[in-house]
Write a protein that binds this ligand. Structure first.
Ligand code: 5RP
Length: 234
């Protein structure tokens, strides 16, 4: 296993040790780091830990069931105690870009349904300023090029100019999210200095369903390092 994957696994183990307790209602995040965590969690469930879990993507449902974790419909779970999820980028104030796996909408809904969100990542995800990772914006399919123009205009109003925006494609086909929408990846560069207002304003554009800025959710992060150690920052 690569050092980066080992670091992700270490973060998953540490977050369980520090934050997961018997009887909790948990939101399970998406992406490779979250999937390492879910597989570790499966061992605790097999050993008798009682949890009620819901997920932020169809892919995580599959991973969780594969390790014996039962999944509850988010409509039936009420308020969650904790969501654990990974970022594509995170700054030192826990502002994040998420959505590299196209799950940002469900991830944000579940994060907001939780009393707490803790982010898990390897050390490569920590940045001084967001935007090096393309910012995903989930848009409805109807008139998506019109929505794209409005997104470009808003980014320019925020001083983020010359942004290259691309509809996300995989294997030659547009990516369609778990909710049936497209993803626009906005290549801003590491210059998103004030992400909180931008997050809100992007969501006011008709056609935008959600965007990958998470500026109000995480209360802390658990970081796995390439040397096999980990740390918690709250
Ligand atoms: C999916 C996400 C993922 O949580 C994010 O992309 C991190 O993934 P990974 O742990 O594979 O780097 O936001 O929409």
């Amino acid at each position: 296993m690569s050092a980066q994957n080992e670091a992700k696994k270490v973060a998953g183990r540490r977050v369980i040790q520090e934050f997961v307790r018997d009887g909790m209602k948990l939101g399970l995040g998406s992406g490779t780091t979250s999937h390492f965590f879910v597989r570790e969690l499966g061992k605790h469930v097999a050993a008798g830990m009682k949890l009620t879990c819901t997920t932020t993507s169809r892919s995580t449902i599959d991973v969780a069931r594969g390790v014996g974790i039962e999944i509850t419909d988010p409509n039936d779970i009420g308020e969650l105690d904790l969501t654990i999820d990974g970022p594509d980028e995170i700054d030192r104030k826990f502002n994040m870009i998420k959505g590299g796996g196209a799950c940002l909408l469900w991830e944000k809904i579940i994060a907001h349904a939780s009393r707490q969100m803790i982010c898990i990542c390897d050390e490569t995800k920590i940045v001084d300023c967001l935007g090096g990772f393309p910012l995903p914006v989930e848009v409805v399919q109807f008139a998506w090029k019109q929505t794209e123009r409005m997104v470009a205009r808003l980014l320019a109003d925020h001083g983020i100019k010359d942004v290259r925006i691309e509809r996300r494609v995989r294997d030659g086909q547009p990516v369609v999210t778990d909710s049936g929408n497209f993803i626009l990846d906005c290549r801003c560069g590491p210059i998103i200095a004030d992400p909180a207002p931008l997050e809100l304003e992007l969501n006011r554009i008709p056609g935008v369903v959600e965007n990958g800025l998470f500026t109000r959710e995480a209360v802390g992060m658990v970081v796995g390092c390439f040397d096999g150690t980990s740390y918690v920052k709250m």
